[in-house]
Design a protein around this ligand. Structure first.
Ligand code: ZN
Length: 470
């Protein structure tokens, strides 16, 4: 009986994987900082990292269709993707590999146990005379210079490392078969608990979730598993330790690679802006969630995977999303007297921008990207900490006869991206978090046009790609 089942699985996967029409390669590289760098994600930390629980990785999957069109997918065990880093990568990838920005995806797992990756440049009068700082103001003043140098050096090295990784994959491209399937995993829960007209960051079992686990498997011509690209929509924040680790996504990848020797497992963060892993708080739970997710991915690998044909097409746009009405100078001057240190610092930062620029920014270019793996699978990526509504809506609107995969935390992570519903409801993801961004200060909440502008542009990119395939 057992033999029969195994035989059946083998036959069914072989029939799905007919002639290889793709070329592909996957690779990974350790990016755990060598030094005891400051960690990103929680403002409460008092010292730099104290070693590691597991390595952090940058991973690359490069796929090429029969006509030679390529897509480079990079996943990072990091908190985000700073916009300057993305722009520098776009430039280098175009120069070195002749790839337009639309064919490059950078996705961050949003682990809160990785290194600090942002530097805050001084603005305003006398800015040149003042040193840059890293994002957290609890770092002792006498450490700032060292921490800034550390972060700049880390990001410079990361850029070189990623370019090397992409080059290696392109050199190693070989005939491959791609198949898509999906499974489910249940530990993500909505974290916007309504309490007396406001929202508390707490488990909300009646809130919206998306438990889908998209799985793209890449196999060699003889059926060997080379790469597993998988996603999940949930904050990667089971813990906040003092030791580097990739949180549940790090362990899910580690378990998948242990279970499938020779394959590279790449985690793509979904629209988990308002989703948390529960229960949470310990490393043991991060490992348990990692195991749950890895097991779901393994179910996805055998759950009726659909063989993908080309062509591969990708489109990218930076959508200028408006801010709502900015505060006046008088309001900011009043707020700068606040006893709340975040309010005070936020107002001071905006006053500096006002002095230097004569006005506050009116909008921010949020990246959106659409990738067609033929007519069967469409991947949509969005910048920022995207809330779950976008995932549910885009799958409903685009999913007519094709699989749709929606990723957040892609190509830039500047703050939360609420839907109109969440924006109007308010709370942390609705705009409350926007005062914390220091490397690119946001003058006010997003305007109510945000959801329509992003979704309309995604539809427009999708239509453009559909027409280009006809
Ligand atoms: Zn977050």
């Amino acid at each position: 009986m057992k033999t029969k089942i195994i035989l059946f699985l083998l036959l069914s996967s072989y029939s799905l994987f007919s002639a290889p029409t793709w070329k592909a390669a996957a690779a990974k590289v350790v990016i755990t900082p060598e030094k005891k760098m400051w960690m990103a994600g929680y403002a409460s930390r008092k010292t730099g990292a104290e070693g590691k629980l597991q390595d952090l990785f940058a991973k690359a999957l490069v796929v090429e269709d029969a006509s030679g069109a390529r897509m480079v997918i990079i996943t990072l065990d990091l908190i985000g993707v700073p916009r300057p880093f993305r722009l520098a990568m776009e430039k280098e990838v175009r120069a070195k590999f002749k790839l337009p920005p639309s064919q490059l995806l950078l996705n961050a797992s949003h682990t809160h146990s990785g290194p600090m990756i942002r530097v805050v440049r001084p603005i305003g009068r006398g800015a040149l005379a003042r040193p840059a700082t890293v994002s957290y103001d609890n770092i002792p003043v006498d450490q700032q210079t060292r921490r800034v140098a550390e972060t700049i050096a880390y990001m410079a090295k990361l850029q070189t490392t990623l370019l090397g990784l992409i080059g290696d994959c392109i050199k190693n491209l070989r005939p491959a078969k791609l198949a898509y399937s999906h499974a489910r995993c249940g530990f993500a829960m909505n974290r916007r608990l309504p309490v007396k007209g406001s929202f508390r960051n707490s488990p909300y079992p009646d809130g919206l979730v998306d438990h889908d686990v998209p799985v793209l498997q890449v196999r060699s011509a003889d059926g060997k598993l080379l790469g597993i690209l998988f996603g999940y929509a949930c904050h990667n924040t089971t813990t906040g330790t003092m030791q580097f680790n990739g949180d549940y996504a790090g362990w899910a990848q580690e378990y998948l690679e242990a279970d499938n020797p020779g394959a590279v497992a790449l985690f793509v963060a979904g629209c988990g802006g308002d989703q948390n892993p529960y229960p949470r708080g310990t490393i043991d739970l991060a490992k348990k969630h990692g195991r749950s997710l890895a097991t779901a991915v393994e179910a996805g690998l055998i759950a009726n995977p659909k063989s993908l044909a080309g062509p591969l097409r990708a489109a990218l746009a930076y959508v200028d999303i408006d801010y709502s009405k900015p505060p006046t100078r008088a309001e900011l001057e009043q707020r700068a007297k606040s006893t709340n240190r975040y309010d005070k610092r936020y107002a001071e930062t905006l006053l500096e921008v006002l002095d230097a620029e004569g006005g506050l920014p009116k909008n921010y270019p949020v990246p959106v990207q659409v990738i067609h793996f033929g007519s069967q699978l469409t991947m949509v990526t969005m910048g920022g900490e995207v809330v779950i509504d976008y995932s549910l809506r885009l799958k409903r609107e685009l999913g007519n006869g094709r699989a749709v995969w929606v990723a957040g935390y892609s190509n830039d992570v500047m703050t939360y991206i609420p839907s109109l519903r969440v924006l109007r409801e308010g709370g942390y993801e609705g705009g409350g978090a926007m005062r914390y961004g220091r490397s690119n200060p946001h003058p006010s909440h997003w305007a109510e046009t945000i959801e329509k502008r992003l979704v309309d542009r995604i539809h427009a990119l999708d239509r453009k790609l559909t027409h280009s395939r006809e």
